[in-house]
Design a protein around this ligand. Structure first.
Ligand code: UDX
Length: 480
């Protein structure tokens, strides 16, 4: 019962590309539009401007239903559904810059055909932006007027690195609109995914306990809020784990055991409680700040989110503190940084903990040699302001190093033979900020996050002393 729709996706960044290719795979006729001619040329030539596992294959499998253009006049009039997936880079105060959203909305409006066309916000935009986009459309539409019902908010929850899996087997599809017409059109669009028998291609394995996604239809502003609230909650889960991890180190407990233990409570759950270098990436920092800045517009403070951000910042300094604890002055020390991407399976460097680590190390006079299995070419372009040298292998990175910092938990770093690598190092210090080393290498100092460290258990008086100081009196009838 698949009904192919004509879809235009404006913005071929990370979210736009994923959306366009996925919808074409589902059987829709998709036009990807970007104002950047070089991106369009690249895509038309079958090449992707970003790295995402499996996306190149999905692009090949869907290319008959995909075209790429810079031209609004041909991309908009025929489209049943138009996605806005342009970037919303942060302003200096943390609020998202909506310039590109406004430009896209204006260009879309000028080319609408006067029939029912649904404009979908997929960019992460502050609550209220849907209404604002509807107004821009009404003000600029030549053919069409009176249509706030056209605007739907359809937030994206995919993670980089598992984007295909997340968009083909989502937990939920959130659709926010103030009219049922927009929702119904979107239900048609996603119909294949909502079918229990849906099978993605073999290179995106179906989860064993697959249940079809929940379709959550809400008011426009609720859908906008759901996106922020989801990311903020995930960010604070991580900061919570990191805060408890710090206390674990001090009292001699092990954060992995602790989160394992609390996670069995289904109300808490095991996921997203890994302590480590703190969160990074393009979303959590931006979205938590945006939520706080929306709050402040209304004179409303958000102390929980502010604390989550503060804990995340502290977590990054902690890595340097751990180095200093062992190496003391870092001036003249050689430090290998393994992993530059903000997380594995992506070359995305935005807000990566490794960035701050390299910056602080060099500010303190250390020499940095960095390695990443995928992100080094991108770092060459985007991290020109940092001073470090690239190593073509882990072995080359650690050679002669006083210490090594594992900053990203790439699989290839999990399998390293540390006893062999340590031989080439000058020092024998490993700071494993992702807790991926499971067996202590010989004669080396291994610092992890939230694990028993040299600090040890705080002194507790022994039981006899305790009994003397605080004798337990058993209340009897006579004494009472
Ligand atoms: C995130 C959300 O997961 C996604 O739903 C949203 O749409 C966009 O933002 P992404 O930024 O791709 O996705 O990365 P994610 O895998 O969620 O990781 C975010 C950061 O948190 C990474 O820096 C990661 O290392 C860190 N993290 C994650 C932890 O430190 N501990 C954890 O337990 C989980």
């Amino acid at each position: 019962t698949m009904q192919p729709l004509k879809v235009t996706v404006v913005g071929t960044g990370y979210v736009g590309l994923g959306t366009a290719i996925m919808l074409a795979y589902l059987g829709h006729q998709v036009t990807g539009l970007d104002v950047d001619q070089s991106k369009v040329d690249m895509l038309a030539g079958g090449e992707l401007p970003i790295y995402e596992p499996g996306l190149d294959q999905l692009l090949r499998d869907s290319k008959d239903r995909l075209r790429w253009t810079t031209d609004y006049t041909t991309a908009i009039p025929d489209a049943d559904v138009i996605f806005i997936c342009v970037g919303t880079p942060p302003n200096a105060d943390g609020s998202p810059n909506l310039r590109f959203v406004a430009e896209a909305a204006r260009s879309i409006a000028q080319n609408l055909n006067g029939k029912v066309q649904v404009v979908v916000n997929k960019s992460t935009v502050p609550v209220g932006t849907g209404d604002w986009v509807a107004r821009i459309i009404e003000d600029n539409a030549r053919e069409y007027s009176s249509g706030r019902y056209l605007v739907v908010s359809n937030p994206e929850f995919l993670r980089e690195g598992t984007a295909l899996y997340d968009s083909l087997y989502p937990d939920r599809i959130v659709l926010g609109s103030d009219s049922s017409l927009g929702i119904e059109r979107m239900r048609l669009l996603y119909a294949p995914l909502l079918d229990q028998s849906f099978e993605a291609p073999a290179y995106v394995p179906r989860p064993s306990n697959y249940e079809r996604p929940e379709l959550v239809a809400t008011a426009l502003s609720s859908a906008e809020m759901i996106k922020y609230a989801a990311n903020a909650f995930l960010a604070l889960k991580i900061s919570f784990a990191n805060e408890i991890a710090g206390l674990c180190e001090r009292v001699g407990a092990d954060i992995s055991e602790v989160t394992q233990g609390i996670g069995h409570d289904k109300r808490i759950g095991h996921r997203f409680l890994n302590a480590g270098a703190g969160w990074g990436g393009s979303c959590f920092g931006k979205d938590t700040s945006a939520l706080i800045s929306t709050g402040s517009e209304y004179g409303y403070s958000m102390p929980i989110l502010e604390a989550a951000i503060a804990v995340n910042q502290r977590q990054r300094s902690l890595i340097i503190n751990k180095l200093q604890q062992h190496l003391h002055r870092l001036k003249g020390k050689r430090v290998a940084v393994l992993g530059m991407a903000f997380k594995p399976n992506t070359d995305d460097l935005r807000d990566a903990p490794a960035h701050d680590t390299i910056q602080r190390l060099t500010a303190l006079g250390a020499t940095v040699v960095a390695h990443d299995p995928i992100a080094m070419p991108r770092a060459r372009r985007e991290w020109q302001h940092l001073s470090y040298t690239e190593a073509e292998s882990v072995r080359a990175a650690v050679r002669g190093a006083d210490a090594v910092i594992i900053a990203t938990e790439w699989d290839e770093y999990r399998e390293l033979d540390w006893n062999a690598l340590l031989v080439d190092m000058r020092g024998r210090l490993i700071i494993d900020t992702r807790n991926i080393i499971t067996t202590q290498p010989d004669r080396c100092t291994l610092e992890q996050i939230g694990k028993r460290s040299g600090v040890g258990v705080p002194h507790l008086p022994d039981a006899d002393v305790l009994a003397e100081e605080h004798p337990v009196t058993i209340a009897t009838g006579a004494q009472a």
